[in-house]
Design a protein around this ligand. Structure first.
Ligand code: FES
Length: 154
């Protein structure tokens, strides 16, 4: 049995400690807004926060989060009260098919926790590190830039 905190709630999971975290989140805990894509740490669809750090949850085993805080996109807001990042991305129509959106939002959230006044290039680098098949990443970049003060804006 492994206990960890998911979106503020203590969860006990009786699963193989070596199973990837993404499988536990999606299949055991039903948090299906965290997506599974490549399974190789490349696409970013499975990104969640462990503490304040963004991680590819397909690349870490359940045992690595024992006793830790995990936040998925479901822990940021709700449909009726979305997190400002979610609202900004939606308003910019940056979530097309929805496969990459949650992972990008979690990565950007972690990034903005470290860098309060990013450059446009920094934001672009974080967003573009995620694979996207419907071409909406540029809109996500614009949405984030509208939301945060950058070092290039007065
Ligand atoms: Fe984890 Fe692609 S599914 S990075």
């Amino acid at each position: 049995m492994i206990r960890f905190i998911v979106n503020g709630e203590a969860r006990d999971v009786a699963a193989d400690p070596g199973v990837p975290l993404v499988a536990v989140l999606r299949d055991t805990l039903g948090l299906r807004d965290t997506k599974f894509g490549c399974g190789q740490g490349r696409c970013g669809a499975c990104t969640v926060l462990v503490g304040s750090q963004a991680v590819r949850s397909c690349q870490i085993p359940l045992r690595a989060v024992a006793g830790k805080q995990v936040t998925t996109v479901e822990g940021l807001g709700s449909p009726g009260s979305p997190h400002p990042l979610e609202a900004a991305v939606r308003a910019a129509q940056g979530a097309q098919c929805g496969h990459c959106g949650a992972g990008i939002i979690m990565d950007v959230k972690a990034f903005l926790g470290r860098v309060s006044r990013p450059t446009e290039e920094q934001v672009r680098e974080v967003v573009m590190a995620h694979e996207c098949m419907c071409g909406s990443r540029s809109r996500v970049v614009k949405a984030v830039l509208r939301l945060v003060p950058t070092t290039r804006r007065p």
